[in-house]
Design a binder for this molecule. Structure first.
Ligand code: NAP
Length: 279
């Protein structure tokens, strides 16, 4: 499993990680086993959020006894992201995750509280050792520039954004901005949430052909394509161990320039939208 530096966090983590949205909705034992299988295969970056229902307790079970292996990320809801509220929310997440620290803590999306308040809370959480770094999610390049003017350079570890074969909008401004400022880009919903290209579609056939050439699966090719840029990580969610194992296989797959060009053509970037797409 390829690992790389996680923005300004100063840590390295797996390029392919594990998402947990809706992981609490099915068979809990299977979900815990899937996350643990992912850890066994090097997908040590685990993403959760206070918004994801009972996902945090599922993660707690999965990382029990293995906390030091994990790069653990959770998120505060914008409605809790005040100076005091973000601290309380983080402490609540730590209790639910049965741990004493997060490796990175994110503002889930921009809300009503001034960024300065949230940043002050994050700085406090760093001082007290409850988080090791902080970042944001669903920020466009303008939001990021404003955040840097509040927090200073070198403080934002990551920006977690929607990125999959059918949605490449972040390549226009967000990725270049993040690369210029040392901010990791984390691709969420890398399989389009539930909208992976069908093998019958024209673009799906391109994916299939490239996968066959590598003895890989189309999902592995998709993850490898998304993480071809040096600043990008991906966090597919799998609630079955077999899916987790499949996804981990992408961590060692590298595509040739010609294959990347074919995928760029099959899944065109399109023009830059007015606002950043999000789920
Ligand atoms: P996703 O990862 O794009 O897709 C998940 C779906 O793909 C599930 O149905 C899963 O099935 C299936 N799957 C996974 N691996 C597979 C494989 N190898 N073969 C076949 N099917 C496979 O969707 P997502 O959950 O929306 O996004 C991933 C993570 O990003 C989330 O869980 C969350 O942590 C994060 N996220 C963040 C935000 C944000 O605003 N910051 C928004 C959305 C998501 P099974 O579950 O049955 O295995």
């Amino acid at each position: 499993m390829r690992r790389q530096k996680f923005g300004s966090a100063g840590a390295t983590t797996s390029v392919i990680g594990q998402g947990t949205w809706y992981i609490d909705h099915g068979d809990r034992v299977a979900a815990v086993a899937a996350l643990r299988r992912g850890l066994d295969l090097g997908m040590t970056h685990i993403d959760t959020a206070e918004m994801y229902g009972d996902a945090e307790p599922v993660v707690a079970d999965a990382i029990a006894g293995r906390r030091d292996e994990v790069f653990l990320v959770s998120k505060v809801l914008p409605s809790n992201a005040s100076r005091r509220g973000a601290i309380t929310a983080c402490e609540r997440s730590l209790r639910r995750l049965k741990t004493d620290r997060l490796d990175c803590y994110l503002l889930h999306w921009r809300g009503q509280y001034p960024l300065s308040e949230t940043v002050a809370a994050f700085d406090d959480l760093i001082r007290t050792g409850k988080i090791r770094s902080w970042g944001v999610s669903n920020f466009d390049a303008g939001d990021l520039a404003e955040l840097v003017s509040v927090a200073g350079e070198g403080k934002i570890a990551c920006n977690q954004v929607l990125y999959h074969l059918g949605e490449r909008a972040i390549e226009h401004s967000v990725v270049p901005w993040c690369e210029a400022h040392g901010v990791a880009v984390v691709a969420y919903s890398p399989f389009g949430h539930d909208d992976f290209p069908s093998p019958q579609s024209k673009a799906g056939k391109v994916l299939q052909r490239i996968a066959m050439a590598h003895d890989a699966t189309p999902r592995q090719v998709a993850l490898s394509f998304l993480t071809r840029l040096p600043s990008v990580f991906a966090i597919p969610k799998a609630s079955r161990a077999a899916h987790a194992a499949d996804n981990a296989g992408a961590g060692d797959l590298s595509l040739g320039e010609g294959e990347i060009a074919l995928l760029e053509q099959a899944f065109p970037r399109g023009p830059e939208p007015r606002s950043l797409p999000m789920l």
